[in-house]
Design a protein around this ligand. Structure first.
Ligand code: S3P
Length: 489
């Protein structure tokens, strides 16, 4: 793996629209594919994971096309899916595999779900067991992993199921299977996992009987979906801006669903200068604009198990921020991080230790001792989520470039959005989660501060950032597009 560096000669300043929410994008494509009629989706994430879902939906009969940031999906209707002619490749996406397994278990045809090497190591018994109780027939490897050979059974029975781990993927898998089952399917959980499926089903005409209960045989009708920007992508910018002196970013249209907003609570608890404004709904999903500034004097925090589901994907970024905070940050109840695309606890703990950070990794969490770090090399970690996180960490320190790069991911000296006076006045600004209102200029350091950003394979994201910042400078409205991140899945 080659680490590519880009030198940031200024703080991060500007306004951007992070890419579309991945979880919501998967669900929008799947529900639209099952619906009667043509659905319109804007802001869909154009990443490989969502492409895997879209390609699988095409293989079972949906028509999906994207142009100018708008995705049109002609659904098959719930009972109109067709047998795929070959295995459905879910690539790297656990969400694609688990959610589609729920749908495919209930079909009058067989199917095979495959994935890449990482996905083929991830646990699938967590969906196979409850689906089997519903009457599904699924064969996996002896280790309970993909490939999944699904012998479709259109006569599934509804189930009452209590999740053994907080997992929106298991919950959504069962709710989707439940749409086809006899009777009702109800899922309960001791810790609330993300609820995008529950929020989106009514948009497609399927009311939930209780918070997490569907009636078999409910029909989906086409709908319009506007996908919020992904708080998981925003997390990297929130962290980078909070730790790089002089930074100020405005992140627009970010999903702030309460089952996903744990990072905002953590930032607030650490003392970061983060504010949200302009709260509104995209369909049933809450969104807001988030303004973050460089924040001096961050404090380490305890992140208890009950917070984890609401920030599970943001934990690597939070671990990086913890490095710059004073005191220890303790994360507990995060064993699920070990069964993501990589073992994110191990990758982060090894990577941070390589950078001279004092860490203590335990089975379900990590302690990170904040303070100064020294430069170092991170080697051999998988090219998955923790990598950009470690780059952000590098951004706060003066790392030597591994390979030369230009400095286009910044916008020197520009104010954060020309609308700031109008939109970010004290009356409109809301503190993230409780707490007293901060002095707007608290902890700012506007002096020049050279930074280096280590960037392995994240060229697209940084280029996108640069594009958005440039567009922001050029357009009269401060660059705020309708839906900036249409994909082409
Ligand atoms: C997701 C749920 C979470 C999350 C994953 C996406 C989803 O996984 O980590 O990135 O879209 O439902 P679990 O449901 O396994 O916790």
């Amino acid at each position: 793996m080659i680490l590519i560096t880009r030198t940031l000669s200024s703080p991060l300043r500007g306004k951007l629209h992070p890419p579309g929410d991945k979880s919501i994008s998967h669900r929008a494509v799947i529900l639209a594919s099952l619906a009667e009629g043509e659905s319109r989706i804007t802001g869909l994430l154009g990443a490989e994971d969502v492409k895997a879902t879209a390609n699988a939906c095409r293989q079972v009969g949906a028509h999906i096309r994207t142009s100018d940031g708008v995705t049109m999906v002609q659904g098959t209707g719930q009972t109109g899916l067709q047998q795929p002619s070959r295995a459905l490749d879910m690539g790297n996406s656990g969400t694609a595999m688990r959610l589609l397994a729920g749908v495919l278990s209930a079909q009058p045809f067989d199917s095979v779900l495959i994935g890449d090497e990482s996905l083929s190591r991830r646990p699938m018994r967590r969906i196979i067991e409850p689906l089997t109780h519903m009457g599904a027939k699924i064969e996996a490897t002896p280790a309970g992993t993909a490939p999944l050979r699904i012998q479709g059974n259109p006569a599934l029975q509804g189930i009452d199921y209590h999740l053994p781990v907080a997992s929106a993927q298991i919950k959504s898998c069962l709710l989707l299977a439940g749409l086809y089952a006899k009777g009702s399917t109800c899922v309960s959980e001791s810790q609330q996992s993300r609820d995008h499926t529950e929020k989106m089903l009514p948009v497609f005409g399927v009311p939930l009987e209780s918070p997490c209960c569907v009636q078999g045989g409910s029909k989906l009708t086409a709908a319009n979906v506007r996908v919020p920007a992904d708080i998981s992508s925003a997390a990297f910018f929130l962290v980078a801006a909070a730790m790089i002196p002089g930074s100020e970013l405005l992140l627009c249209d970010v999903g702030v669903n309460t089952t996903r907003d744990g990072i905002l609570r953590v930032l607030h608890a650490m003392g970061a200068d983060v504010r949200i404004r302009n709260r509104r709904l995209f369909g049933q999903e809450p969104v807001a604009d988030i303004r973050v500034r460089y924040s001096k004097g961050l404090k380490g925090v305890d992140i208890p198990a009950c917070w984890v589901p609401s920030l599970i994907d943001e934990l690597p970024a939070i671990m990086v921020l913890a490095v710059t905070a004073s005191g220890t940050t303790r994360i507990r109840g995060a064993a699920e991080l070990r069964v993501k695309e990589s073992d994110r606890l191990a990758v982060m703990s090894t990577g941070l230790a390589c950078l001279g950070v004092r860490v203590n990794e335990i089975e379900d969490g990590i302690d990170i001792m904040g303070g100064a770090t020294q430069g170092g090399e991170v080697d051999g970690a998988p090219p998955l989520l923790p990598y950009p996180t470690l780059h952000v960490e590098a951004a706060g320190h003066d790392y030597q470039p591994v390979e030369g790069g230009d400095a286009h991911a910044h916008r020197q000296g520009a104010p954060v959005g020309d609308t700031r006076d109008q939109d970010l006045g004290p009356a409109e600004v809301e503190k993230v989660v409780g707490g007293e209102d901060h002095d707007m200029d608290h902890g700012r350091d506007q002096g020049p501060h050279p930074q280096r950003l280590v960037e392995p394979g994240q060229r697209l994201r940084l280029d996108q950032l640069a594009e958005e910042l440039r567009a922001d400078q050029q357009t009269p409205d401060g660059g705020r597009g309708e839906q900036g991140e249409g994909g082409n899945p």
